[in-house]
Design a protein around this ligand. Sequence first.
Ligand SMILES: Nc1ncnc2c1ncn2[C@@H]1O[C@H](COP(=O)(O)OP(=O)(O)OP(=O)(O)O)[C@@H](O)[C@H]1O
Ligand SMILES: [Mg+2]
Length: 361
Amino acid sequence: MHLAQLRLRDFRNYQRLDLRFGSGFHLLLGNNAQGKTNVLESVYLLATLRSFRGVGPAQMIRHGSPGFFVGAEVVGHHGCLIRYYWSMKERRLSVDQEPVRRLSDYLGLVRAVVFCTEDLQLIKGSPRFRRRFMDLLLAQTEPAYLHALQQYVKVLRSRNALLKAPRWDQATLEAYTHSLLNYGNQIMEARYRLVPKLLPLAQQAYRRISGDDEGLECAYAPAVREDFQQELARLASRERQFKTTLLGPHRDELQWSLKGRSVSEFGSEGQKRSVVIAMKMAQAELLTQHAGTPPILLIDDVMGELDQKRRSGLLPLLDRSHHAGGQVFMTCTEENWPRELGRRLNRWIVREGTVNPSSPH
Ligand SMILES: Nc1ncnc2c1ncn2[C@@H]1O[C@H](COP(=O)(O)OP(=O)(O)OP(=O)(O)O)[C@@H](O)[C@H]1O
Ligand SMILES: [Mg+2]
């Protein structure tokens, strides 16, 4: 699967951009603040309908414009034309001219994995980032997961609103609790299934980037210990006191450790960075296994920040993607990276919201 065309209108600093791409490596070269990351952000947006910068859609509208448009032609098993328009007043998402009704029909059409500086939050940030990592991966590999997650979030919100209300009836609370348990259990089961698939891939990736797996482990740590229903029932009076749902997968954690010690608490900066890259490489491998073709890899700047050893650890992933007809977009301010990558590189010069091909030399 790859993007054959990308069209941007009033997206970030792009008033109008129309690009055609083949599969393979694409290097976006340019000085700071020219629009390199913005291109990657638009591709990631097509894949997930989110920004990897952790901001909402409003920030992606070009200053002074009412809304942005991102369009793409996807080539592969499920080739299609995607059009996405977003403004404060209107959202339109269509595939082959048909409006998308359910998110679950859409996610998975474009699969992308991003490597960016914000990734460090996966280790340094709150558990929310690690839950989102599991959620995105499961949404893209297990068809029923997204539905369960959406329903869980909905019922959790309703249940919390009810607990905050001055008066409520027991029957409504019980109905919400029933749904919460049902969807919550589905989410936890899927997360339990994910970890044994993810860990060996992350260990292998970690070994590649640091030469040794250093006893990398990851453990799913659900907030629920054994029985969601019983444990939640025991919290009934405390829930009334705190006016919120105190237990469930919205409080889960995914713990990463090296030689038995928490990476976030005891890891060095280099170890944290390696774990994060290993997580992303594992994500890319898992998506490849699942779909049979590699996801689009979006690599933002991180190459420049990595030492020689870690960079060469990433090479096999890029090579495999290349051999399988995948697509890689990389941003760079200096040309220190492409030489090791060698052959067949498409280079683009990004300058003040324009992107133009540059002839290789
Ligand atoms: N909503 C917006 N409307 C207009 N311009 C924007 C918007 N958001 C960001 N920009 C501008 O986009 C420009 C390019 O941003 P981008 O992050 O893509 O740069 P970059 O080429 O990746 O730079 P760096 O090498 O520093 O990472 C910046 O000048 C920024 O001010
Ligand atoms: Mg950038």
